[in-house]
Design a protein around this ligand. Structure first.
Ligand SMILES: NC(=O)c1ccc[n+]([C@@H]2O[C@H](COP(=O)([O-])OP(=O)(O)OC[C@H]3O[C@@H](n4cnc5c(N)ncnc54)[C@H](O)[C@@H]3O)[C@@H](O)[C@H]2O)c1
Length: 424
C-alpha cells in the first residue's frame, strides 16, 4: 500500500484529492497526513472526508519526517508550490503538484535543477490532458488528421461567475499567482505546448484590467457584509453550500482568508484581459486569448495544418461556480439551452464533407478528467501513448510561457525569448 500526504486542504485538496483517495484508492493508497497553514481548515477537511484519525499538521517538514510518505500532493496557493516540490525532490519523494507548478522563472530553474538530481518520478496535475473532449483532439493531431500543424488558436472565455471567482480571493494578487497567465493559462499553455509538441520560443503579449478592481462602480470589503449587495451585479453568496462554509467561513477566524472578497477591490493588480502570440521551436505559431468577465463561458481551439483544420468548441455553464449549482439553471441564466452547450470537434478538409468527431461523456470532476488523471498519476504506471502524464519539465514550460507573456505585457509589449527570458 502506498502512503500519501496532502499539503493544502482547501477546495481542491479536499474535494479532488483527499476524498477521492479514500474512495477510489481504498486498499491501494493510504492517506497518512494532511497539512495546511490553517489548522481549522485541516479539521474541516477531515470532517468533510469523514476521516477523523488522519494526522493533521501545520508543519510540512514534520509531516514528511513522521509519515515518510511515498507521494505528496501539493494543493496550496500557487506561489508556495515550489517550496514543497523542492523539499520532496530533495528527499526523493514522488511529488504531484497542482498546476501551476510554480509562479516565477527562478522557481522554474530551481525545480529543474532539483529534478535532475532526484530519483522520484514527479508530475504536474495537468488534468485537461485527460478531459474526454480534449483527448480525441490530441489523438487526431498525432494521427496526422490535418497533416503538419502550422497554427493553433486558443481562446477561453470565463463568465462573470467563474471568471469573477479568481477576483474574490488570493488569485487576484500578482505575488500569489503571477497573474491568470500562470494561474489559469497554465492549463491552456500546457495544452498548446502539448498539441504543438514543441517548446515555446518567442512570445508577445498584451493585457489590461478592464472590468474588475478599480474599474468597478463601487466596492466593499466582501459580499457578505457589503452595503452595495442589493445593486451589485457581482454579489454572490459563496457560502450557500455546507462544504464551502466549513472550509472557508468557519476557518477564517484563523487567517482572515475571506472567500467572498470584493471583485472591485482597488488593490487588485492583475489583468482580466489577455492576448498573446507564441512561436514554437518547430515553427508552429499560436494566437491565444483569455477574458475573465465574458458574456458566456467557452473554450475554442483550432489547429490548422497542411491537410485540414481541426476545431473544438465548447460553451458550458458555470454550474459549479458560486450560486449556480445546477447546470441547466446556469445555462438558462446565460440564455442557452442544453444543445448549444454541447462540445463539438470538427475536421474540415478542403473538398470533403465536414467530419464531426464523437466525444464520449464521462462522469467525474472537470468533465471526467480528474478521476482519469488520478489513476494515471498515482497508480497506473502503464503505457502512455498520448503522453498525457506531464512531468515537471512540461509544467515548467507552461509556467515559463505565462511568465514570459506577463513580462512582455509589463514591458509594454516587447517580444521575449521564453527559454532565456531575454527581451529581443
Ligand atoms: N487543476 C485544476 O483544475 C485546479 C482546480 C482548482 C484549483 N487548482 C489548484 O489547486 C491549488 C489550490 O486551489 P484551491 O482552490 O483549493 O485553493 P484554496 O485557497 O481553497 O486552498 C489552498 C489552501 O492552501 C493553504 N496554504 C496556503 N499557503 C500555504 C502554505 N505555505 N503551507 C500550507 N498550506 C498553505 C491555504 O490555507 C488553503 O487551505 C491552486 O494551486 C490551484 O491552482 C487546480
Amino acid at each position: 500500500m502506498k502512503r500519501f500526504c496532502i499539503v493544502g486542504t482547501g477546495g481542491r485538496g479536499t474535494s479532488s484529492f483527499a476524498a477521492p483517495i479514500l474512495e477510489e484508492f481504498s486498499g491501494r493508497i493510504a492517506l497518512v497526513g494532511l497539512c495546511d497553514l490553517n489548522p481549522l481548515r485541516v479539521e474541516a477537511c477531515k470532517k468533510i472526508i469523514n476521516a477523523p484519525d488522519i494526522p493533521a499538521y501545520t508543519d510540512f517538514k514534520q509531516m514528511l519526517d513522521e509519515q515518510k510518505p511515498d507521494g505528496v500532493i501539493v494543493t496550496t496557493k500557487d506561489s508556495t508550490h515550489a517550496e514543497f516540490v523542492l523539499e520532496c525532490l530533495k528527499r526523493n519523494i514522488a511529488v504531484y503538484s497542482e498546476k501551476p507548478l510554480c509562479t516565477t522563472r527562478q522557481q522554474c530553474l530551481d525545480i529543474r535543477a532539483a529534478a535532475a538530481k532526484s530519483s522520484a518520478p514527479s508530475f504536474v496535475t495537468h488534468n485537461l490532458r485527460y478531459n474526454p473532449d480534449i483527448v480525441p483532439f490530441k489523438q487526431m493531431l498525432l494521427e496526422g488528421a490535418i497533416g503538419d500543424v502550422k497554427h493553433i488558436l486558443f481562446t477561453e472565455t470565463l463568465d462573470r461567475f467563474h471568471g469573477a471567482d479568481y477576483f474574490r480571493r488570493w488569485h487576484r494578487f500578482y505575488d500569489n499567482t503571477g497573474s491568470l497567465l500562470i494561474h489559469k493559462a497554465s492549463h491552456h499553455f500546457d495544452l498548446i505546448n502539448w498539441f504543438a509538441d514543441s517548446r515555446p520560443a518567442i512570445v508577445t503579449g498584451q493585457g489590461t484590467l478592464a472590468y474588475y478592481g478599480k474599474k468597478g462602480p463601487f466596492r466593499g470589503e466582501r459580499c457578505s457584509t457589503c452595503p452595495h449587495a442589493d445593486k451589485c451585479e457581482m454579489y454572490a453568496d459563496v457560502f450557500n453550500d455546507e462544504r464551502t462554509r466549513m472550509l472557508y467561513k468557519d476557518a477564517e477566524s484563523f487567517d482572515g482568508y475571506f472567500r467572498d472578497g470584493c471583485v472591485f477591490d482597488e488593490r487588485i493588480d492583475i489583468p482580466d484581459t489577455y492576448a498573446a502570440t507564441i512561436s514554437y521551436e518547430n515553427g508552429i505559431v499560436s494566437s491565444y486569448s483569455l477574458i475573465a468577465y465574458a458574456s458566456y463561458e467557452s473554450m475554442h481551439i483550432a489547429a490548422e495544418g497542411t491537410k485540414g483544420r481541426l476545431e473544438y468548441l465548447k460553451r458550458y455553464g458555470t454550474s459549479w461556480a458560486v450560486g449556480h449549482k445546477d447546470t441547466k439553471a446556469s445555462l438558462a441564466n446565460d440564455g442557452v439551452d442544453e444543445d448549444d452547450s454541447r462540445a463539438f470537434i470538427k475536421l474540415t478538409e478542403k473538398g470533403k464533407k465536414i467530419e464531426h468527431i464523437p466525444i464520449t461523456k464521462v462522469e467525474g470532476g472537470h468533465g471526467g478528467a480528474d478521476p482519469r488523471l488520478r489513476e494515471a498519476l498515482f497508480w497506473d504506471a502503464g503505457t502512455d501513448p498520448l503522453g498525457q502524464r506531464a512531468p515537471l519539465e512540461e509544467g515548467i514550460q507552461a509556467v515559463l510561457l505565462g511568465v514570459s507573456v506577463m513580462d512582455c505585457i509589463k514591458a509594454g509589449g516587447k517580444a521575449i525569448d521564453v527559454q532565456s527570458g531575454k527581451f529581443l
